[in-house]
Design a protein around this ligand. Structure first.
Ligand code: ADP
Ligand code: MG
Length: 588
């Protein structure tokens, strides 16, 4: 039922001073010129989660060029741009009652702004104002009949975009500590329609480069001039002054010309085994962290626009204390003194080395084609064992086959590459295809020199087979916690509540946005319906991916009118949550 705006305004004025519960009568849809405002859900009290409101405009009224709003991936980029326009508008005008969500440095597929065949839609959360438990009707009328339509106008009317001009560049980054920083509004520049086009084109070019990586046997690319370090440990913004821009060693330099005509030169990391060495504090971890994030496209001005990593790359670290359910960690751990079978290893409290082995085999199970590993977050006994230790402790008394012995078979038998930061040990020299040394943040290739120091194992010397483990099949009830029907809920970036259990995701470093965590919670709910005691974990994840490709993130929430604020997680991160769920049960 559509009603004109005057109805909503007068209803709200009449509700002024009445008890809060009366707000529920404003549910419905209202026309404001070309904009329709849908009030989908009204909060029951001032402290409940905010009310759900959508704004929508059809394509003809919005007037956006179709060449950048038709392809699926263009829509993701254009929606991301409009999301940033809206965010900037709300901050500039101090509209605190209206929540659109916080953009970060990555361009993610999310529900906040949707572009479909018919039109443009934003999903808002609105705190309806109260004094005590009394309705503030006049204020509510301002918010819903003035501020919300103004936001729609600013985001979705192409001819007005210039006036609303934020900059898609210079966005405030996601602040890891959760504090909101106002976006910077660029003054005196009225080119946001050009900015939109650039935003979409950048995204296209990034995806094109990412697809070239696969075709050319490359794992990642870091463009010359990239700014990798961040402003501080709790900011994802680029380091402003003093940052040393990236320059490729000439031996690894690679040039790409994209179909847009854009030319890029930088360091190409080939598939295989790459080891990054260098003195402490010379920027090793910073490179690896940029590669972790390179699975997502970054916005212009971030410094990492041209850090592009193949999309399945997964960061692997030690994570003692995590639960493990039925993982085949036997390539790394065998003959435990307890007699435990490590082909289906289960524990409620993994050690450093077993947790890192579990993280690795789980990533490969979901299809990781490359692993990113930093010595800073690894278990030494998982990674290496030196000759004197091998002499002292006989092989049959040592359950761990260190990663250094498995890194080549992992590549030759399973096609899984590794980029490894190892500044403290030469053990990986002999298994490395490339050794890159960082000197005051500047990379140099030192493969030959490193190989002269050791006896190199030839690439064909694959060692023992790295077998494919049998699939893990969750039970039909594996994701049905006894307590409630609606069971999964994100708690910030690093935690999902699932029934009465909490799933700790703080070690899952490629989770970059709290809305992805919400996406994971929704994905767990979705998978609860898929598991039937027959389908494997990887098959279920593939089903989720297919659905996401076909329906977008809205599909995760069953295409409800207003899905809330959800971003698309990668299959790797959904799997990470499932694997850390202490209630996970498998059929044997
Ligand atoms: P490592 O892992 O080699 O010990 P880090 O990557 O942790 O070194 O970097 C050490 C410090 O140097 C960090 O504070 C980081 O922000 C800074 N840094 C890293 N790369 C650069 C760079 N290219 N320019 C300026 N500072 C950098
Ligand atoms: Mg480091």
């Amino acid at each position: 039922m559509n009603s004109p705006r005057s109805n909503l305004a007068s209803t709200l004025h009449n509700l002024d001073g009445r008890s809060y519960g009366n707000y529920k009568q404003i549910r419905g849809s209202y026309e404001f010129g070309p904009v329709t405002v849908f009030i989908d859900r009204v909060q029951v009290d001032p402290f409940a989660s905010p009310s759900k409101v959508r704004i929508r405009i059809n394509r003809a009224e919005a007037g956006f060029p179709t060449d950048i709003t038709t392809e699926r991936t263009d829509r993701v980029a254009a929606a991301d741009f409009l999301f940033r326009v809206g965010d900037s508008f709300l901050h500039r005008n101090d509209r605190r009652s209206i929540i659109l969500g916080r953009p970060g440095q990555e361009v993610l597929e999310r529900t906040n702004v949707l572009i479909d065949d018919e039109g443009f839609e934003a999903r808002l959360l609105v705190n309806l104002p109260a004094r005590g438990r009394r309705i503030l009707g006049h204020q509510a009328a301002d918010i819903l009949t003035r501020d919300v339509p103004e936001l729609a106008q600013a985001m979705f009317v192409y001819s007005d975009l210039a006036a609303a001009c934020p900059s898609a560049k210079n966005q405030s980054g996601k602040n890891q500590s959760g504090k909101n920083q106002p976006s910077q509004v660029q003054s005196g520049r009225n080119q946001s329609s050009d900015d939109l086009r650039e935003h979409v084109q950048l995204h296209r070019d990034q995806l094109e480069l990412q697809s070239h990586l696969g075709e050319e046997g490359l794992l990642a690319f870091i463009g010359n001039g990239a700014i990798l370090p961040r402003r501080s440990g709790d900011s994802d913004m680029p380091m402003d002054s003093n940052a040393v821009a990236f320059t490729s060693p000439s031996s690894l330099e690679h040039a790409f010309t994209l179909s847009s005509g854009r030319k890029l030169t930088g360091m190409a990391i080939p598939r295989g085994v790459t080891v990054i060495v260098g003195g402490g504090y010379h920027g090793k971890s910073t490179i690896l962290r940029a590669l972790e994030r390179g699975v997502y496209p970054h916005i212009a001005g971030d410094g990492r626009e041209w850090v592009i990593t193949e999309p399945s790359a997964t960061s692997i670290r030690a994570e003692d204390g995590r639960a493990v359910t039925g993982d085949d960690i036997s390539p790394f751990i065998n003959n435990l003194p307890s007699g435990t079978d490590t082909r289906a290893f289960t524990t409620t409290n993994a050690s450093g080395s077993t947790s890192q082995a579990a993280n690795l085999v789980e990533a490969v199970e979901v299809g990781a084609r490359s692993l990113l590993i930093d010595e800073d977050t690894s278990a030494t006994n998982f990674m290496i064992r030196d000759d004197r230790m091998r002499a002292l402790i006989p092989a049959d008394r040592e359950p761990i086959t260190p990663f250094v012995d498995r890194i080549r078979p992992l590549f030759s038998h399973r096609g899984v590459s590794t980029v490894l930061v190892a500044g403290g040990s030469s053990a990986f020299f002999e298994v490395a295809d490339h050794v890159i040394a960082l000197d005051a943040y500047v990379p140099h290739e030192v493969t030959e020199k490193a190989h002269e120091l050791v006896e190199v194992k030839s690439a064909d010397d694959a060692g023992e087979a790295f077998a494919t483990p049998r699939p893990r099949i969750p039970t039909a009830k594996a994701l049905h916690p006894s307590s409630k029907t609606k069971s999964a809920k994100a708690k910030g970036l690093g935690q999902v509540q699932f029934g009465k259990a909490f799933i700790d995701l703080t070690a899952v470093s490629q989770l970059v946005d709290p809305q992805q965590t919400t996406g994971i919670a929704e994905a767990l709910e979705y998978m609860a319906e898929i598991f039937d005691g027959q389908i494997s974990l990887t098959e279920a994840l593939a089903e989720v991916e297919d659905m996401l490709d076909a329906q977008g993130v809205d599909g995760l929430t069953g295409n409800r009118d207003h899905p809330g604020h959800v971003a698309r997680p990668r299959a790797q991160e959904i799997a990470a949550a499932l694997n850390r769920f202490r209630g996970l049960r498998l059929v044997d």
